[in-house]
Design a protein. Structure first.
Length: 306
């Protein structure tokens, strides 16, 4: 048991011959340095998994810590200085991700947050309005059937890039053009049902014919078997050739914006994009059933190419 510092720190300092001397006082300790050895990071990753962090977070946080140690040496004061610089440079997303990783690491070590003086930025940046014409320019610059199918499925379903890249054949109801992402195991991101339009259906058929001839793709259960680095490289190349600034997340924003303009109520857009809590979906299943959402989706008649 630790005592506050004013207490005597040895039995000799007590008067009256105390027969039950107090133990030495202890100084409260905090996290002073981030350890990024393979063993520690593996244990940290397992700790994240045990607490139902998403698979992406389980991979990302240890990588962030490894990078921090490489850049700063791992000392908390040096880490604090590095994060302050990121904030001054208005790199808010990068700053926040590093800060979250350090906070989680301190909990893993069962120590107080050493960066409690740093706050998450309350920064609002208006979403860029993505025009359909920009999507067309990007699409018609794509050379591969695989990317064309991915692009149209993502844009017309409103799903996240990771959700589409992780789709397996079991997640797709081809007869109803329905997608049922099952890739989320964490505590934050969720998904429900979504759909893709006829344009995406035709592009998907073209890709699946090509996929059957690709022996490497046939070994995977994923609809779009892709190494993420290769995906990013191809996407960047199409961006350059189409002279656009389009990002995969812009397709999700376009879907939300376009469905709203076509008169779809926000609550159904939120359901299609996985923003409705599971408790509400369970209580109001008839409102959010696949049949109901399919009727609403088809009525919107979402188009990109025509």
């Amino acid at each position: 048991m630790c005592l506050p510092t004013p207490y005597p720190q040895s039995s000799n300092e007590w008067t009256g011959g105390d027969l039950n001397p107090r133990p030495p006082a202890c100084k409260a300790s905090g996290l002073e340095r981030i350890e990024a050895t393979a063993e520690v990071l593996a244990a940290f990753k397992q700790w994240l998994a045990d607490r139902d962090y998403s698979r992406r977070t389980q991979s990302d946080y240890p990588q962030r810590l490894r990078h921090l140690v490489k850049l700063t040496g791992g000392g908390i004061n040096e880490v604090r200085g590095f994060l302050k610089k990121l904030k001054e440079e208005r790199r808010f997303s990068t700053y926040s991700t590093y800060l979250k990783a350090v906070i989680a690491y301190s909990r893993f070590r069962n120590l107080p947050n050493p960066l409690s003086d740093l706050k998450f930025p309350h920064h609002y940046e208006p979403k860029r309005i993505v025009e359909t014409e920009e999507l067309r320019r990007f699409y018609f610059s794509i050379k591969s059937a695989k990317m064309r199918a991915f692009f149209l499925v993502t844009a017309t379903s409103g799903l996240r890039r990771s959700e589409v890249l992780n789709l397996t054949f079991d997640d797709v109801d081809f007869a109803n053009r329905m997608l049922i992402p099952r890739c989320h195991t964490g505590r934050t991101k969720k998904s429900w049902f979504s759909f893709y339009n006829e344009e995406a259906e035709e592009a998907l058929k073209e890709w699946l014919k090509e996929r059957e001839r690709d022996r490497r793709s046939n070994h995977s259960s994923k609809l779009f078997p892709w190494d993420l680095a290769d995906f990013k490289k191809e996407w960047a190349q199409v961006r350059r050739e189409s002279n656009t600034r389009l990002r995969p997340k812009d397709l999700r924003d376009w879907f939300s914006q376009e469905m709203g303009e076509r008169g779809v109520p926000d609550r159904y857009i939120d359901a299609l994009q996985g923003r409705v809590p599971q408790s509400i979906l369970a209580r109001h299943y008839s409102d959010y059933s696949p049949r109901r959402l399919k009727a609403i989706y088809d009525q919107a008649n979402l188009k990109i190419l025509t």
